[in-house]
Design a protein around this ligand. Structure first.
Ligand code: ADP
Length: 490
């Protein structure tokens, strides 16, 4: 990719300085759309992880970042302006390292997440950090009591490769807004967007040294240096449920707080009164293609009324087959590649497994042969039983499994018969019926008749093995606060 090697960020951000890693090592970053090496990123040493945490600890304990709301709001407003100025650079890096289509950079990959910054600056400015509890007769006589919300401390933010700008910002910004200090560790597949965030913050804002640190490393185990560090107060993790479980185990040793945003296997449920199957089907098809299916909150099980099963399959398949898949730099491209060969093989393995188990391919079902990168055709699998691995496990690829149901009761049962509880969608012409069904599905977010819940003010997170806690929204801000209670004689 011409230009990217020279423009790609090369420095870690530690204690306010843009630095090369201690060992001066780098690792290669692949462009998944071409399967070619696109450049390199700094490969941090364990010593760099330690320095980053130490800097964040010192910045929290010894500067007035945690108490100076006005400073935080000013820095976030500067960050918002600087990120918007560097929007094209962020989009370029995202397209290269994620394989994200240009069109998705105008939405979920770059532009939409930028709105997080101002929203949290406004919230930090207006939030009631103190709540009066009034006077009450206590064991020691009448007392005036109140509650104060204070930042939790040093946050280790560990992020995945699928929507790096979104997740980096959804972790870093609320933490900074609340008065925490942060060590951000992006995924090794997508180091550049996180490093660029660090560089932009360092060069274009009054962020005090050590408040934000960004470290990247090739070794997956690098994250453990952060999750086991007793100087970390909160681990904010987004990734697979398997890794999230390991993060929680590591956190248990120090009783470190965790926020976990993990996997999903969400349903796209079409009730039998839907007159316009085409709209419901279009949402299902586009949902599968978003981020090439590599999104935890995407709907990956479509539940169709048995009497309308064939109609639904046909409608979804015709839309999926028409999706434009290919070069992410082409403005008309809707779906780009998977992140890596390993991911492509994993996705194909699930499809083969489902076919062995009796499922059938309605469309897709294979790698796209003429494209150089890791492209997999948007795939619809029919005759899938909810007990199959393809219906239970997160595939993280453009694969939608279709399951028929008998009535609303059966649909709710299948929807909730999942280890996950992240998101979902219900379509019905009768709004009350749609809402009643949506409320019975135990997930953190639900779309009703195509409504989009995503936004900086909307808390996002899951039930069950989809994790714990909420990201963004007031709830996401409060994940970064500790409650303190005070009393004095009245
Ligand atoms: P994937 O399997 O797609 O790489 P993961 O959930 O393993 O997804 O990775 C999400 C993030 O967690 C990445 O930044 C990764 O480097 C990091 N990570 C991987 N293993 C661990 C671990 N044991 N402890 C902390 N972070 C980890």
């Amino acid at each position: 990719m011409p230009g990217v090697e020279n423009d790609a960020p090369r420095d870690l951000l530690i204690d306010g300085r843009l630095v090369r890693p201690t060992g001066a090592r780098t690792f290669e970053v692949e462009n998944p759309a071409t399967a070619a090496v696109a450049g390199t990123a700094p490969d941090a040493d364990p010593a760099d992880a330690r320095s980053a945490v130490t800097a964040a600890r010192r910045a929290f304990d010894e500067t007035d970042w945690s108490t100076d709301v006005e400073l935080r709001v000013r820095v976030l407003r500067q960050l918002d302006a600087a990120l918007r100025e560097h929007r094209d650079e962020l989009a370029e890096l995202t397209t290269t390292e994620v394989g994200a289509p240009r069109a998705s950079c105008a939405t979920i990959q770059v532009d939409a997440p930028l709105d997080i910054v101002t929203w949290f600056a406004d919230l930090a400015e207006t939030y009631e950090y103190r709540r009066d509890l009034g006077v009450r007769d206590t064991l020691g006589g009448p007392a005036r009591r109140w509650v104060e919300q204070v930042p939790v401390g040093v946050v280790a933010a560990i992020t995945p490769w699928n929507v790096p700008n979104q997740i980096n910002l959804a972790k870093v910004v609320p933490a900074l807004a609340a008065g925490c200090t942060v060590v951000l560790k992006p995924a090794p597949e997508t180091p550049w967007t996180g490093l660029a965030l660090g560089r932009i913050a360092a060069e274009h804002t009054d962020l005090p040294a050590g408040v934000l640190n960004v470290v990247t490393a090739a070794d997956k185990a690098f994250g453990q240096l952060l999750t086991t560090d007793p100087a970390v107060d909160l681990i904010s993790f987004t990734g697979s449920t398997a890794t999230g479980t390991r993060v929680m185990e590591a956190a248990a040793a120090n009783l470190t707080r965790v926020f976990l945003e993990l996997g999903g296997k969400s349903v796209h449920l079409v009730l039998d009164d839907v007159a316009d199957m085409g709209t419901a089907a279009a949402h299902a098809a586009f949902g599968t293609a978003t981020v090439a299916g590599q999104g935890c909150a995407l709907t990956t099980r479509v539940l169709l009324p048995r009497a309308r099963y064939d109609e639904g399959l046909e409608s979804i398949a015709s839309m999926m087959s028409a999706l434009s898949v290919g070069d992410p730099r082409d403005p008309g491209t809707v779906m780009g590649p998977l992140i890596s060969r390993a991911q492509l093989e994993r996705v194909d393995g699930y499809v083969r497994g489902a076919l062995d188990g009796g499922a059938r391919v309605v469309c897709g079902g294979q790698r796209i042969p003429d494209l150089p990168g890791w492209f997999y055709a948007p795939t619809l699998l029919a005759d899938v039983d909810n007990s199959m691995a393809a219906a239970r496990e997160e595939i993280f690829g453009p694969v939608l499994v279709a399951i028929p149901f008998d009535d609303d009761e059966d649909a709710v049962r299948i929807a909730n018969d999942s280890d996950y509880g992240l998101s979902g969608a219900v379509f019905a012409d009768d709004r009350d019926r749609a809402l009643a069904v949506a409320r019975r599905i135990r997930t953190g977010t639900m779309s009703v008749n195509g409504g989009v819940w995503y936004g900086p003010d909307v808390p996002f997170g899951g039930f069950k093995r989809s994790g714990m806690g909420r990201e963004m929204g007031v709830e996401g801000f409060e994940e970064h606060l500790e409650t303190r209670a005070f009393a004095e004689p009245a």
